[in-house]
Unconditional design. Structure first.
Length: 276
């Protein structure tokens, strides 16, 4: 397990990330100028379909004002900031990558949301959080990096209130071996894909019941096709976070989706009360 963690952490090491972000954000003016969360959407939504997918998942999960929300694998904090701004909820982000957490804290200070959004470094398999503290847990494009799915989903169940919602938006295995590198893995050694059916089975076994499940692969294909047709990416893009090779990683993800090797699962589950 330690070797798996080390490989994943190395993949997301992102040396000098906060300084790169400071340089990239100079297009918006001086450092002290407060930014809006949506201004960062092209570089802080680290998943297929970007901001639209986060908004849809939040609606499906029923996120509302005053809820306590946990974003597992929060990256540089884009979904957390968006949810706090649009739903008036309190959001905590957890990420394995210390540079991502530092960058998330910096960007959150730039948007003036420190009172509603916070971030911690930690493993999704040992969440540094008390039992039963959250109304909703979100997991977006994270599980592909985690070999021990049963433990992942048990940890998510542990930190949810009884009846709380778990909403996932993840890449799943459809058929055939994927082309690498992809955004979450340079080689198969960092990638732990499951089929949609196996994913949902593992989640239910951890103490959940399915509320909604859908295949969003077609929407993802349309999104990738539109990206290709739109020409060069904006200056503020995920390459700022993941480095210049990210464009090739993303292109391979699109290729895998188009060839039917990978799919996109969106699903929401309810935490079943444990028997005393």
């Amino acid at each position: 397990m330690t070797d798996d963690f080390d490989r994943v952490r190395d993949h997301y090491r992102a040396t000098g990330l906060t300084e790169r972000l400071k340089t990239a954000l100079a297009v918006f003016g001086p450092e002290e100028q407060q930014l809006k969360p949506e201004q960062l959407a092209t570089l802080d939504q680290f998943h297929t379909r970007g901001l639209a997918a986060t908004a849809e998942l939040a609606k499906l999960a029923g996120i509302a004002a005053d809820m306590s929300v946990l974003d597992v694998g929060s990256g540089v904090g884009g979904p957390a900031r968006f949810l706090a701004a649009t739903h008036s909820c309190e959001v905590t982000g957890i990420d394995l990558s210390e540079p991502f957490v530092e960058a998330a804290q910096y960007l959150t200070a730039r948007t003036g949301q420190g009172g509603a959004v916070s971030f911690k470094a930690g493993s999704a398999l040992a969440l540094p959080l008390d039992d039963g503290g959250f109304d909703v847990v979100l997991l977006q494009h994270v599980a592909m990096n985690i070999a021990d799915r049963p433990l992942l989903y048990r940890e998510i169940r542990r930190v949810l209130k009884p009846g709380g919602k778990f909403a996932t938006f993840d890449v799943v295995l459809n058929g055939g071996d994927p082309h690498y590198p992809v955004p979450w893995a340079k080689t198969p050694a960092e990638s732990f894909l499951l089929s949609a059916a196996a994913t949902c089975e593992a989640i239910e076994a951890a103490g959940f019941r399915t509320l909604a499940q859908r295949d969003d692969t077609a929407e993802a294909k349309t999104w990738f096709a539109a990206l290709r047709a739109s020409g060069p990416p904006p200056s503020l893009n995920l390459g700022v976070v993941m480095g210049p090779g990210f464009a090739d990683f993303a292109a391979n993800l699109g290729r895998n989706l188009m060839e039917g090797r990978l799919g996109i699962l969106t699903a929401v589950f309810e935490a079943v009360p444990t028997k005393s």
